[in-house]
Design a protein around this ligand. Structure first.
Ligand SMILES: *Cc1c(COP(=O)(O)O)cnc(C)c1O
Length: 403
């Protein structure tokens, strides 16, 4: 969508998200062509907007669900049970009871395995389940770390004989997700390879064919302008070769990758109107609508940077990714430029979006556009704060309609 149309939309909506269907579809095509032998699960927590889920699930992607609510989103959009995987720590009997008929449950602990066995016994049935593992290697192939996710590999393998005696549970799959937002294709490839070896060992220990290996996410998107996009095509090609070479060893195994933020992350923008402008102590301050409370991540970035002189503080996904992760575009007719500090209309001074940046001169009624706002944007932002009117979420269809 062109900037003039966005400027016009900002006259109707003081702040809004706009998700671009064509961008989402393009990312889906890239994933499918890069990994032709893999099935994808959309990580619904990154953006559960109805039209977004509809677009993605009608392309055949399943759902990586992290809550009962996300399982139900998949159900609402007609996603079959075997394409919804529910993996999250701390699932209760209520959570399992509510989802057992709608999703493949990935057990996250021994306690959960007990709950699942109990549930299956009460129903006098055998449940097909997956298990999330914390492998004995790190994402980079180094040593493992303590994790709240999944079961440590050594403990899982040690307990497997006992688990296999449990006649109400049928272990059919393995899930692992160790890191988000990687732009290093070699690292991801090594991770995929390590998982394949792990899957073979697991299958051997199971004594029956492994039906799925969910390799989690990790696929990153470039945020800062100096970041280079992951070479998905190259990664996909090599990874596919490895997956295919395992066909004889893992004959029944379906491979899944969770999309994480990859599908929608770059297909969303946030636009907020200039409400006021003032000069203070030699600075020009532009007051925008719904900043910290509408799109929190630029403010979090400012906060992180305020604590350190490091040029590249480590990431804390999904709250903070990198310095300069969001680019600002002034939606204005002005041709002059001006150095400004962008802040919000909240009664806190922490709603800083950017400090001392030079942009085309903004007048009251103009707007600012931020990119990279498709994932972990609306969902992460504290919209209840201060009882403000929240931003609206708009969907730009591939045939040019704004819904
Ligand atoms: C949160 C989460 C994701 C999300 O993807 P990222 O882009 O990596 O943040 C994927 N898989 C699992 C299991 C998750 O918990």
């Amino acid at each position: 969508m062109d900037n003039t149309t966005l400027h016009q939309l900002a006259q109707q909506h003081p702040s809004f998200y706009l998700y671009d269907q064509a961008g989402i579809l393009q990312a889906i095509t890239t994933l499918k062509t890069s990994f032709p032998t893999v099935d994808f699960l959309y990580s619904a927590k990154t953006n559960p907007h109805d039209k977004v889920i509809e677009t993605i699930t009608t392309q055949g992607f399943g759902i990586d669900a992290a809550s009962v609510g996300e399982v139900m989103l998949g159900v609402k959009h007609g996603v079959p049970k075997e394409k919804i995987q529910f993996s999250a720590p701390g699932k209760t009997m209520e959570h399992l009871f509510a989802t057992i008929d709608h999703a493949v449950i990935i057990a996250d602990s021994f306690h959960e395995l007990n709950l699942l066995a109990q549930l299956a016994q009460e129903r006098d049935t055998v449940l097909d389940i997956g298990i999330r593992i914390n492998p004995c290697f790190g994402f980079d192939g180094g040593t493992a770390t303590a994790s709240k996710f999944g079961i440590d590999q050594a403990q899982l393998f040690a307990q497997l004989p006992a688990l296999l005696q449990q006649k109400h549970l049928n272990i059919i799959g393995l899930h692992c997700h160790l890191r988000s937002q990687t732009l290093d294709g070699d690292l991801l490839l090594q991770y995929h390879k390590n998982l394949l070896f792990l899957a073979v060992d697991f299958q051997t220990a199971l004594g029956h064919p492994l039906q799925f290996l969910n390799m989690g996410s990790g696929i990153g998107i470039p945020y800062a302008t100096e970041e280079t996009a992951l070479d998905l095509d190259g990664l996909g090609r090599t990874s596919t070769t490895y997956l295919q070479s395992m066909q004889a060893t893992l004959p029944q195994t379906k491979f899944y990758i969770e999309t994480g933020r990859y599908v929608v992350g770059k297909a969303g923008v946030y636009v907020t109107r200039v409400l006021d402008k003032k000069a203070s102590q030699g600075k020009t301050i532009v007051i925008l609508c719904n900043t910290l409370n509408g799109f929190i991540r630029p403010s979090l970035e400012q906060m992180v940077l305020s604590y350190t002189n490091q040029n590249n503080p480590h990431n804390s996904e999904p709250l903070f990714t990198t310095k300069g992760a969001f680019q600002f575009t002034a939606l204005t007719k002005s041709t002059q430029s001006e150095t400004v500090t962008l802040m919000g209309n909240l009664c806190t001074a922490m709603d800083v979006m950017a400090k001392d940046i030079t942009l085309p001169k903004l007048e009251i009624g103009d707007a600012i556009l931020m990119n990279n706002a498709g994932s972990y944007a609306a969902v992460l932002s504290p919209m209840q704060f201060s009882s403000q009117q929240p931003p609206v979420e708009l969907f730009f269809t591939k045939d040019g309609q704004v819904v």
